[in-house]
Ligand binder design. Sequence first.
Ligand code: NAD
Ligand code: ZN
Length: 360
Amino acid sequence: KIETVRVALAERSYDIEIGSGTLAALPEFLRARTDSDHAVVITDGNVEGLYADAASDLLVGDGWEVDLFAVDPGETSKSVEVVEELWNVMLDEGADRKSIVVAIGGGVVGDLAGFAAASFARGLEFFQVPTTLLAQVDSSVGGKVGINLPGAKNMVGAFWQPRGVLCDVDAMQSLPDREYRAGLAEVVKYGVILDADFFAYLEANIEAINVRDAAILTHIVQRSCRLKADVVEQDERELTGLRASLNYGHTFGHAFEAIGEYEELLHGEAVAAGMRCAMQLAVRLGRVDEATYARQESLLSALNLLVDPLEADGQDLLRLMYRDKKTAAGKLRFILPSRIGHVELVSDVPEIDILASLEV
Ligand code: NAD
Ligand code: ZN
């Protein structure tokens, strides 16, 4: 069964299609949404042999001219140097405004290819085929694309909405265990911040989630995309603060990622640890009850996501939290749950409570 999430934006709407085996229908998916017949396919060295080669062959068989370019796997490819390489490849291959860019890969490939698409020739049509759980439930929804500067993640970028997103949940089968669980952390996040029923659905389907059941995954990706799309639709450019709720667990999480120099913990693992701290902080401040804390703990535990925050000096972590770019006017603000499915933005939290909540 194929699920569709329609993302309705002011300028243009687009569909996210989700299901098992959907990749086989990539040519039809694109044909229904563009008149182009030249696709620049951008992937990484891991995904190339797994999915991107086969997808390109399908496109060629369907009459497309295809140029495939694989970057090195990993966050370091989200750089100015690699974007420049992509621009030059696109120039050499004769890409113009009638060409499309298709990103096949995880969030790194999506962010990078999306930025290349947004900037080359003042903007090419862009499609995403996310192949990690994180990319399917998070990075491919919302239109944020971009690259890192040496000291600043996601510092250069754009809002560049795709013309369509095709999620094949079968791609989860080849995903390394840590990457899969890291994606689940963002899924749990949606339940906590926005949807108590979805949280309960996750609790009720632990076994199936852990064996990556295709039908369950189709629902999980659909629901996650719908929840994020609802937020993005109301706050496309991150102006009203509504989109900030998506940062639940991230103020702590970003500090854990940074203290591990982005090598110890995957983003989702850091977010899982950050959600534990945030929930603990909410309990300390009397904003949520212990039972809610325990529910989040047991769901994270069942999904093997009880990531311990890295052993680190509290003051060091606090300093990193202040440095995070989402810190408005030097004030720490936290997204804290008041119950499952509901969060509030809280500022003026005493440092002593923040420090205490680092120990979970
Ligand atoms: P990633 O793209 O690095 O992928 C993780 C690893 O999995 C890579 O080694 C990749 O080659 C491999 N891989 C991908 N698909 C696979 C598959 N199906 N089977 C086996 N291996 C596979 O990492 P990610 O977690 O997908 O994305 C992280 C990036 O997403 C970060 O750069 C982050 O900034 C960005 N992000 C962006 C947004 C946004 O709104 N644009 C939101 C969240 C995260
Ligand atoms: Zn995140």
